[in-house]
Design a binder for this molecule. Structure first.
Ligand SMILES: [Zn+2]
Length: 265
């Protein structure tokens, strides 16, 4: 069995502040250890459940946050350029499932720790075919395009709720409960390391219940920017863009990947 892990940093146990998630900030180095230990616990559980190959993509910021020298020996680290069209290097239809580790709720979710959608500064909401969507949904669509179902999501309680809402059947594990963007109740990381493996094994057992995530086309993306300035800039950059008021653009496309690439251009 083969599994593909995409790992973000905001939903990792013990993390609640921006000072923990950006290179050069005061608490960043400890967060790299927390991230690496949690990923290793997930890889170990997958191996114990029968996985023979596990790819790990570091999807946070620069994509170089994991402590590579401490990564589980059975993991393959997938690195590559940042364009969305190559967000998951090496992904193809041979994987039995995808796991989203350390994920966070979409921008604007009340009571969600470190909520955002790809950018803290630029985007206040994305809606695909009329329904709000965040990173969990978009990454699930990218895996789904290759026929790979998301079988497991970890993060705060709001991220887990979003995963169930968006994907239907999926196993989730809460690393913390959010009460605000930087406020909540965090499980001790050592407790999470002890617990998360059992949930991962349950996800492997139940993987056939999870379907590759897909939405029928044609596609329309509504982008609500945080300022008119950003909407101005993007409106002039792209073809086929409709302005819907000061801060909002709409893009249409028959091809999902092309639409997503245009959204984040
Ligand atoms: Zn992140």
């Amino acid at each position: 069995m083969k599994f593909y892990i995409s790992v973000d940093m905001e939903g990792i146990a013990g993390i609640a502040l921006k000072e923990q998630i950006y290179r050069g900030e005061m608490f960043y180095e400890e967060s790299r250890r927390l991230l690496t230990d949690e990923v290793n616990a997930v890889v170990e559980a997958l191996v114990q459940a029968g996985a023979t190959e596990v790819f790990v993509k570091d999807a946070h910021a620069s994509g170089f946050n994991l402590l590579c020298g401490s990564l589980h020996p059975l993991a393959t680290l997938a690195v590559g350029p940042l364009p969305l069209s190559n967000r998951f290097p090496g992904l193809d239809g041979t994987f039995d499932g995808a796991l989203l580790i350390g994920y966070h709720a979409m921008a604007g979710t009340p009571g969600a720790l470190l909520e955002h959608t790809f950018s803290y500064a630029d985007i206040s909401e994305l809606a695909l075919n009329g329904a709000p969507i965040g990173e969990i949904g978009i990454d699930a669509l990218l895996f789904g395009r290759c026929g790979v179902p998301v079988v497991f999501v970890s993060g705060d309680d709001k991220a887990c709720a979003e995963a169930h809402r968006q994907l239907g059947t999926v196993v989730t594990y809460e690393t913390k409960k959010g009460t605000g963007r930087h406020a909540g109740l965090l499980k001790a990381p050592r407790r999470v390391l002890a617990e998360i493996g059992e949930s991962v094994k349950e996800a492997v057992t139940r993987r056939s219940e999870c379907k590759p995530y897909a939405l029928p086309g044609p596609y329309e993306m509504r982008i609500d920017y945080t300022s008119t300035n950003l909407a101005d800039a993007h409106a002039f950059e792209a073809d086929g863009v409709r302005r819907q008021g000061g801060r909002t653009l709409k893009l249409e496309d028959d091809d999902l990947m092309r639409l997503l690439v245009r959204t984040f251009r």
